[in-house]
Design a protein around this ligand. Structure first.
Ligand code: FMN
Length: 353
């Protein structure tokens, strides 16, 4: 059976799937454009978008903003004006400048996790750009909704609720990320979905909820829709695609991985992350990395105490095929289930039947 379209205000998603933003350099215009072309929402990660340019080493902020603007326009072009979102981590330095860049270059939505994007309504006021937080707990959802309403009279346009099976940084403790079973988390997720919907009902606005974290096939989508979600956000599933912006070595690491290779790692962002346990991760379990240069990417990161430079560890994973073993390869819990390279269209067609 075909998936049911979902509306986010005046935006209509023919396919109720958001492709999760993946930094650094994993979801740029190629992946986001291909996903949006199929009628879902393609999402560009705003994390260090200019890493492959010459100016990035001397002026990272401007290199990143220029590249982000370019990728938004390119994704719009690839998708024939499909729906393009940008994922901006709240923990990023110069958050407000990235938001402005999205507005200036015609992005349709901003999705923000890794911290509560409290000031996002103020930064987007007066513009037709949809905004959504990524939340992992009911408490965070309530706090954000209350603050947005009280300070800005603003209601979230949609919400992404992320569970412990997700990739990248997680809004859970390492223990929860490892030990929370789907069954346990589903009860909590259902409360979150119901809270958002009843909040919307109380003010006469439909706030669609997308569930993220470990959604891999149509059975998973049907499961979360039956729980009341309006759609899902999926990231890991889109990595082993021809269009994914990461190099083949990154995709191959997913294809080669087994369940035991997928582990929880510490991150300078201050939240645990999920990644493939390669030689780099094994070394970092024993000793900290010596930091020679700080890119000032995170608001709270101290180069003298940080276990490693997350920017360089993630960049090495995507800038060439040769550095995979010396890099941090983020992935979701289900990465080991991928066993072949597909196109985005093949995946969407499979999910939509
Ligand atoms: C390689 C990778 C990088 C990610 N980077 C980010 C990011 O920069 N910001 C963010 O909010 N989420 C990030 N995520 C989380 C995804 O957007 C998504 O919500 C999550 O992975 C969904 O779970 P799934 O991968 O099991 O589908 C990342 C995930 C992966 C796999």
């Amino acid at each position: 059976m075909k998936l049911k379209p979902v509306s986010i205000g005046d935006i209509k998603l023919k396919i109720p799937i958001i492709q999760g933003g993946m930094g650094i350099g994993v979801s740029l215009s190629s992946l986001a454009g291909a996903v949006a072309k199929e009628g879902a929402m393609g999402v560009i990660s705003a994390a260090q978008t200019g890493f492959y340019t010459k100016e990035w080493t001397t002026d990272p902020l401007n290199a990143n903003l220029n590249a982000l603007g370019w990728h938004i326009k390119k994704a719009k072009e690839i998708s024939n004006n499909g729906i393009i979102g940008v994922n901006i981590m709240r923990a990023s330095r110069d958050y407000d400048k990235y938001v402005k860049c999205c507005i200036d270059n015609g992005a349709d939505a901003i999705i923000s996790g890794a911290g509560l994007p409290i000031e996002l309504p103020k930064l987007t006021e007066g513009y037709n750009i949809k905004i959504a937080p990524i939340v992992s707990s009911l408490k965070a959802t309530k706090v954000l909704f209350t603050l947005w309403q009280r300070r800005y009279k603003k209601v979230s346009d949609f919400v992404v609720i992320e569970g412990p099976k997700a990739g990248g940084h997680l809004g859970f403790t390492a223990d929860e990320a490892i030990n929370l079973t789907s069954e346990n988390y589903d009860i909590a997720a259902k409360k979150r979905i119901d809270y958002v919907h009843s909040y919307g009902d109380s003010i006469g606005k439909k706030i669609p909820v997308f569930f993220a974290g470990g959604v891999f096939d149509r059975k998973d989508i049907d499961h979360y829709m039956a729980m009341g979600a309006d759609g899902v956000q999926m990231a890991t599933r889109f990595v082993a695609t021809v269009e994914c912006d990461a190099p083949m070595s990154f995709k191959q690491a997913y294809l080669n991985s087994s369940k035991e290779d997928i582990v929880i790692v510490k991150s300078p962002v201050g939240m645990p992350g999920r990644a493939i346990r390669n030689p780099y991760v094994k070394i970092r379990e024993i000793e900290n990395e010596k930091i020679n240069h700080c890119f000032r990417c995170l608001e709270k990161c101290d180069p003298s105490t940080t276990p490693y430079c997350i920017t360089m560890a993630l960049i090495r994973a995507v800038r060439s095929n040769d550095e995979a073993d010396n890099s941090l390869i983020f992935c979701g819990e289900n990465a080991y289930r991928l066993n072949k390279l597909s196109t985005v269209k093949e995946i969407i067609d499979e999910l939509n039947q």
